[in-house]
Design a protein around this ligand. Structure first.
Ligand code: 3PG
Length: 210
């Protein structure tokens, strides 16, 4: 199964943001224990590279890097073992590096012009970010006119109750950050809560597929 097949199969991809290495590691492990095996670890500081390295030895996990802002970060993430790269924006050098290194890269875009730019750079999947601020479902529906085949990872403000609407309009996959991994739960190291939330998200996706 390709990495992108695993994205479609899991559908909701956790976007993890934490600067403390041990907390970041436990957070990722808890999400995986809850069943979310495809994880985007955002590159907030050096802890992220260390955690990607530690987790990528686990064959059951697909660990990628998020917030990849340039080619250097892309290279460092791949060296640490990242299996995919995600960015909030579109950096041509980073996209070209990823293509040459045969690692999937999902750039973040907002406008039709940026979408066209990403398509010209042969990006198969693009991230619409921050989708909630851009108009959510309504914006994605409007994009379907000019870009009917566009594969969208929608991210920004997505929680459990939003999955259904995005799923129904055929969104390729979703990024879930702060609502799936609440700040307080991380602060209090409430890993049980994180595991339970992961299970709820999976339950919702499975329910929609039935
Ligand atoms: C991202 O980088 O995709 C976002 O940080 C995720 O947004 P959220 O925290 O609002 O879910």
């Amino acid at each position: 199964m390709s990495v992108m097949d695993k994205f479609t199969s899991q559908y909701v991809i956790p976007v993890i943001r934490e600067t403390d290495e041990e907390k970041l590691y436990s957070l990722a492990k808890s999400l995986a224990e809850g069943g979310l095996n495809v994880l985007e670890v955002t590159l907030m500081n050096d802890s992220a590279f260390k955690v990607i390295k530690r987790l990528s030895t686990d064959k059951d996990l697909i660990i990628g890097a998020g917030t990849v802002l340039n080619k250097e970060m892309a290279q460092k993430a791949q060296d640490a073992g990242a299996k995919f790269l995600v960015s909030p924006g579109l950096n041509e050098e980073a996209v070209t590096f990823a293509r040459e290194s045969e690692i999937p890269f999902i750039p973040g875009v907002m406008s039709p012009t940026e979408i066209m730019k990403a398509m010209n750079l042969k990006c198969d999947v693009i991230k619409i970010f921050p989708v909630n601020t851009l108009g959510g479902i309504s914006y994605l529906k409007n994009l379907k006119g000019p870009f009917p085949e566009l594969k969208v990872m929608a991210s920004g403000g997505i929680g459990l109750d939003d999955i259904r609407d995005y799923f129904d309009i055929g969104t390729f996959c979703l990024g879930a950050g702060s609502q799936l991994t609440p700040k307080d739960a991380i602060k209090n190291e409430d890993w049980k809560m994180i595991r339970e939330l992961a299970k709820e998200y999976i339950f919702e996706v499975n329910r929609l597929r039935r």
